[in-house]
Design a protein around this ligand. Structure first.
Ligand SMILES: O=C(O)CCC(=O)C(=O)O
Ligand SMILES: [Fe+2]
Length: 339
């Protein structure tokens, strides 16, 4: 028996549920050859046919999106309803669900596709593009954007003081040794005040048996001018082989990993990298051997895990990206060792 489907619903399912754009253009070899463009056009189309006309883009936004290559946030069907749902929550609630079905519908797709990249010599990265369900991830983005007490601190890099080029917040268990980076000691917030963070943590623990994270550094990149320069999270309080689990929401941004040069000290790597953060990805790739540099376009709802000696032997960054014009929130879960 033939089943009838609504074309737009099928396209939406292919995009959101499956992440399979190729299914839409089967046998169209020209389209298959340019799958990124297919992805872009599908995103634009879905954005344009939302039920609420006020959420649809205007023509100038559509043409701007078409001109850009990839930094586009998929349409958020919940943008209208979330604030109302959150508003119905009693202020100061610290336990229980938040009323948008997070605990029940919190879908952990950790059994789904995971990519393991062996960085050799005991370093490894695991990437799960669709770790959290797409719609739950939107609700989380809205929640975090609104409720986290974001600050943009003054930090010190190479003896110079500057404003950190992204917003930040730190959440940790009570009684841990204090975190200090770039001359800045962030205030410590409690997990209890942000129940969705505990749920994300539980999903991460589920996906990574044996892990037990007790602290979280949150970053918010408001647009493409916000970034994180080359660094490694090699603070002593994380021990010699820290496992760092990074969950991303919102605008896709490029996450780069580069092998530390064995000859040059850490400083030299960083000086070079400030320059490379301004260069196009193609130029950056030409500079180094493929296996010495890896790039991940971190998707909305994705999980990336750095393991083993990655912090000792590699540096990472999220470079500026002129064309990224929407907010991205990233959570990095870490384990602080008690001394
Ligand atoms: O935003 C990201 O993906 C990475 C953030 C990061 O490297 C950090 O907070 O140490
Ligand atoms: Fe980092």
């Amino acid at each position: 028996m033939k089943t009838k489907v609504i074309l737009s619903d099928w396209a939406f399912d292919c995009y959101v549920e499956e992440g399979r754009f190729d299914m839409l253009v089967e046998n169209d070899f020209e389209a298959m050859d340019d799958i990124k463009r297919v992805e872009k056009l599908v995103m634009i189309a879905i954005w344009c046919i939302q039920e609420d006309p006020s959420l649809r883009p205007i023509m100038s936004e559509v043409s701007q999106m078409q001109e850009r290559v990839i930094d586009t946030v998929p349409p958020n069907p919940y943008s209208d309803s979330i604030p109302a749902m959150l508003a119905s929550q009693p202020e100061g609630t610290t336990t229980g669900t938040l009323g948008f079905g997070l605990s029940a519908g919190f879908e952990n797709e950790s059994k789904g596709k995971r990519q393991v990249v062996d960085l050799e010599n005991g370093s490894e990265v695991i990437y799960i593009p669709r770790f959290l369900a797409w719609d739950e991830s939107w609700k989380l983005l809205e929640y975090l954007n609104k409720h986290i007490p974001w600050t943009r601190p003054q930090i010190h890099v190479f003896g110079r003081s500057c404003i950190q080029p992204r917003d930040t917040c730190y959440v940790a268990n009570e009684g841990l040794p204090e975190l200090r980076y770039s001359g800045y000691q962030p205030p410590v917030y409690s997990w209890d005040d942000y129940p969705p963070l505990k749920q994300i943590l539980a999903a991460v623990h589920d996906a990574l048996p044996g892990s037990s994270f007790n602290s979280l550094l949150l970053n918010r990149y408001n647009n493409g001018t916000d970034y994180v320069a080359w660094h490694s999270d090699d603070e002593k309080l994380y021990g010699p082989t820290p496992e760092i689990a990074s969950v991303s929401f919102g605008c896709e941004r490029e996450f780069l990993l580069r092998k530390r040069s064995t000859k040059s000290p850490k400083v030299q790597v960083q000086v070079q990298s400030y320059r490379s953060a301004e260069e196009s990805p193609s130029k950056r790739l030409k500079k180094s051997n493929q296996s010495d540099q890896h790039s991940f376009m971190l998707k909305h709802g994705s999980l990336l895990v750095m393991k083993g000696y990655t912090q000792r032997d590699w540096v990472h960054s999220v470079p500026k990206r002129a064309r990224a014009d929407a907010v991205r929130i990233n959570l990095t879960f870490r384990r602080v060792f008690q001394t």
